[in-house]
Design a binder for this molecule. Structure first.
Ligand code: ZN
Length: 203
């Protein structure tokens, strides 16, 4: 999909597994313009509609290093956070908890991750910030960060846990391939052209 702006008429939407953009390693963001701010606003709206607490740019078919979080999952509640070019460091401890993903609707399973993590990132206004994170906040940030590297949460499950979801994942694959075969996503070259358009514009 190309740029979801007025000229192309493509609305922003959440893509699901196994759409290839979910495996694309996202490129650093070099500039923020009014259009990107508008897209981020739209990402929050999409996330609330889907009752999510985090959404990465890859998930709206835009492979650049940006994700959003609102732990309250509701407009007008909690804090709307935008993370650009995030860096994670100093992982500490280990914790298992159930996760889900807006790109894998209906799949919920346990994932083990560091309990604590240190985050550095830029805000949408270009301010650099850093913070130690724990609990749900640390978990959602690690989950969204993974998206930017093309990593999905079943990749982080134990082999036995993931085996339990094999059939569901295969159903996603069958569904995606049939939608692809009727041209819903355009040719692979169209998907790739979309990546290059975003990368040219923002990285
Ligand atoms: Zn996710």
């Amino acid at each position: 999909m190309g740029l979801p702006d007025k000229e192309s008429g493509n609305p922003l939407k959440i893509i699901t597994y196994p759409h290839p953009t979910l495996r694309r390693v996202a490129k650093p963001v070099r500039r923020v313009d009014a259009e990107l701010k508008r897209i981020v606003r739209e990402m929050f709206d999409l996330m609330y509609e889907a009752k999510g607490i985090g959404l990465a740019a890859n998930q709206v078919d835009m492979p650049i290093r940006l994700f959003i979080v609102n732990l309250e999952a509701e407009a007008g509640k909690g804090e709307e956070l935008v993370f650009i070019n995030p860096v994670l460091s100093r992982p500490k401890g280990s914790d298992e908890a159930e996760e889900g993903c807006l790109s894998l609707p209906g799949i919920y399973g346990p994932v083990t991750r560091p309990k604590q993590i240190h985050l550095n990132a830029y805000s949408i206004t270009g301010q650099e910030f850093s913070a130690p994170l724990t609990g749900l906040f640390a978990r959602v940030v690690q989950h969204e960060f993974d998206h930017l590297d093309g990593v999905l949460f079943p990749d982080r499950m134990s082999d036995t846990t993931r085996a339990g979801f094999r059939e569901m994942l295969e159903e996603f694959e069958v569904d995606f391939n049939s939608r692809r075969s009727v041209g819903e996503f355009g040719a692979d070259s169209v998907i790739e052209q979309g990546w290059w358009d975003w990368e040219k514009r923002y990285s």
